[in-house]
Design a protein around this ligand. Structure first.
Ligand code: CIR
Length: 267
């Protein structure tokens, strides 16, 4: 009898595009990006993912798509389904087809239809709740379409207004089973009552974006004060230098789509 393939943690990534110099910027002023350095930092980020046990699924480079390294925004991957988004920035909409092709080997695919928009950076899963940022990138109708796909699967969807930052996950991310890292200046904390929270250091307002993988928190080296706060709460922090990606308004969750899937998926 054939044995079923082993389940592993998979991280979909895509290399830094040369076009990153023309990335979208909303809250940051444009500063020169050193592409070679960005590529080295991205490689070190991928190594950190591998070290914590992820098998990498690297998409080919998309030289014309400036922000394509930020794969998180193109899909929401749950155990039961992958919802491919319709990114809020028109320049990013061509990123989704190639992501859908890869995810289709692991999950049933659903989509978001125009004119609605949704960015994966706005979707924060805590157990069976999806908190979704009502941001400059994700529209109320996008959130409603997402709810239409996932409510029948037992997920609750809650819209959360964000202000002063790009995405919900610029303002709040999960760093433990019941713990979030928050910047309360960017998001109402009300929806997260009931969870434990850690606030970013006031000197590091963009420090709320952390990537929890297993027992480790992958975290930007540019935010040492908040990293210290995480350590003081007993968390294991793996710092990665993503300074060039930060110039493009990215951080650590945005460069991967992490999910559990079969080690030998359908071709
Ligand atoms: C953008 O504005 O779309 C990109 N320059 C940055 C996207 C970062 N995405 C994320 O944090 N999920």
């Amino acid at each position: 009898m054939p044995s079923s393939p082993q389940q592993v943690r998979i991280a979909v990534t895509r290399p830094v595009s040369l076009a990153l110099l023309r990335c979208e910027l909303t809250h940051l002023a444009r500063t020169p990006i050193d592409i070679d350095r960005a590529r080295e930092q991205h490689a070190a980020y991928e190594q950190a993912l591998s070290r914590v046990g992820c098998r990498l699924e690297r998409l080919p480079e998309a030289p014309m798509l400036a922000d394509s390294v930020f794969v998180e925004d193109t899909a929401i991957v749950l155990d039961e389904i992958a919802v491919v988004t319709r990114p809020g920035a028109p320049s990013r909409r061509a990123e989704t087809d190639s992501v859908a092709d890869v995810l289709g080997r692991y999950r049933r695919i659903a989509g978001i239809a125009a004119p609605a928009t949704l960015d994966g950076g706005d979707v924060l899963r805590v157990n069976r709740t999806l908190y979704v940022g009502l941001s400059g990138r994700s529209s109320r109708s996008g959130i409603e379409q997402l709810a239409g796909h996932v409510a029948p699967l037992g997920y609750r969807v809650e819209a959360v207004p964000v202000h002063g930052c790009l995405h919900l996950k610029s303002a709040v991310t999960v760093v433990g089973p019941e713990t979030v890292l928050v910047n309360p200046q960017f998001v109402a904390t009300e929806p997260f009552r009931g969870l434990e929270w850690i606030e970013v250091d006031p000197a590091e307002p963009l420090g709320a974006n952390a990537l929890l993988l297993g027992d480790e928190v992958i975290y930007p080296a540019s935010k040492p004060r908040t990293a210290e706060r995480l350590r003081r709460r007993g968390l294991v922090v793996c710092e990665v230098d993503v300074s060039e990606l930060e110039r493009a308004e990215g951080a650590v969750t945005c460069c991967s789509l992490v999910f559990v899937g079969a080690d030998a998926p359908q071709p």
